[in-house]
Design a protein around this ligand. Sequence first.
Ligand SMILES: *Cc1c(COP(=O)(O)O)cnc(C)c1O
Ligand SMILES: [Zn+2]
Length: 568
Amino acid sequence: MTYQVIAECLDCGQRTTYHPTVQACPRCGSQWCEARYDLNAISQTLASRLANRPFDLWRYRELLPIQKPNPVLCMGEGGTPLFRAANLGMMLGCPNIYIKDERQGPTNSFKDRQASVSITALKDAGITEMVLSSTGNVAISFSAYAARAGIKLWAFLTSLVPAEKMREVAIYGTQVVKVTASYDQVKQVAAEFARQRGLYLERGSRSILSVESMKTIAYEIAEELTGLIGARYPQTGQVEAAPQRWRAPDWYIQAVSGGLGPQGVLKGFNELYQMGWTDRIPAIAGIQTDGCAPMVHAWKQELEKADPIQAPRTYIATLSTGDPGRTYSLLRQRMLPSRGGAGGIFESVSDEDAFRTIHIMAKMEGLSMEPAAAVAFAGLIKLARSGIIKPDEVVVVNCTGHTMPIEKMILGENWSRDIVVPPAEAFKETPEEGLLAALSRVSSERFPRVAIVDDTPDARRLIRRILQSQGDYTLYEATDGQEAIALAQKEHPDLMILDLMMPQVDGFAVLDALKKDAQTANIPVIVVTAKELTPAEEKRLQGRVHKLMQKGEFMNDELADEVRALLR
Ligand SMILES: *Cc1c(COP(=O)(O)O)cnc(C)c1O
Ligand SMILES: [Zn+2]
């Protein structure tokens, strides 16, 4: 059985049966309509059907404007994994950070949800040719699905889009139109082209198909979090009849350009809450770049409408929407606690912060991502360090976007060791000798020796990982003070990274012992502690340690920089 979907006009309230190619309210002409469902009826049926459906976005089809997946088009869209970011969490002192890995969609961004739902419905409605504008990823994803559907696609791209992405759009057979202009202008050109030719135009935040597709991120997060950490039950019994109990996070964080993602995700969490499946709607953190942050300016100045940025200044083309238009006002209206929203914030970070965060995420979590995705994580770091995100809160970050061909400017120089293997003739007798000699040059240096002293295995692992990923060191570990003293006497490390709070022999006692022995008195020490020090304790450390760092506050390059500076 299929459920009726209603399109409700946000301006005049008119309710009509939804149809994918009707793009305006029949009464007032407004282009802003939202889908409405019979949530009570769907809550019951959906709960009982979930067990028998695969984990992809179609498992929530009763809550989508197209309830019939087209098997010819499906490529495993949605159903991306959610997992914990343990190292990042430790670095920030926020243990409950989860990553929704949207890179694992068919074309590696969350735009796959939008493209798959939209193209499925449009194919069904008989559309054969369409137009869109894009900062890159929308075009790539729609191109893939349009190719499967046999729909001709015109993609208008701003010339800021990296050449690799443009070529990826083209390989799918899409007609690429490269426009040398800002993204906002490109949008207008594409709209005019579609109007003149009478073609379907993808309208992002004003497209019910697009907005509804993004809800599936919210559904998946709630379902996956429940599997990982269990549901959270409401205090009062008002929604006891709900057939399903899921868990919503406290925060959903995403890098934001036009705002379609948060718009849909917020609607999804709202619907789960209305069905009584979750006990809250998460706060939203929308992160932009300093050079193109119209939503951040408007949010901080408490403006209802965002002032457009005419000339965005950012290298990160994916996030170059200068004029978010009404999407911002809608988001604000739904986020403001004073209007019943769950709260949240818009914040910005610099391009450089994002590039640095690419390194952190790759080296600490094993995730390679495009700069736009790193903007979300740079925002998380900023919000956690400023205390806006609290240590005990459950945070989900949308990690979307390609692993792009990494640009030189991000990686810098000296990122590889080069080995030249001499031709085999040079070593007639034993050709392996040439290879071994070449390899020995890679490991011939004497690496600085660093002792890591901490009684928690996780903390040792984190510090080890930070040092490993930032340089070459010979690392020793000691799990308590006694061991640390013995290690110092035996190995004479070039540096010790010392925890203060350890049972029996604590960090202070280790320092006392090191200083007493002429052999170990000069080993430089960096103290890393989770403890707020009393004035007396600070006095005990004075002049005896080279650096004091607060656990959960230092980022990996700070520690690595200190280590490098001391070893120089
Ligand atoms: C599209 C996109 C964004 C911005 O998403 P909106 O919800 O449209 O603001 C951010 N990061 C990446 C990688 C994207 O592809
Ligand atoms: Zn209307």
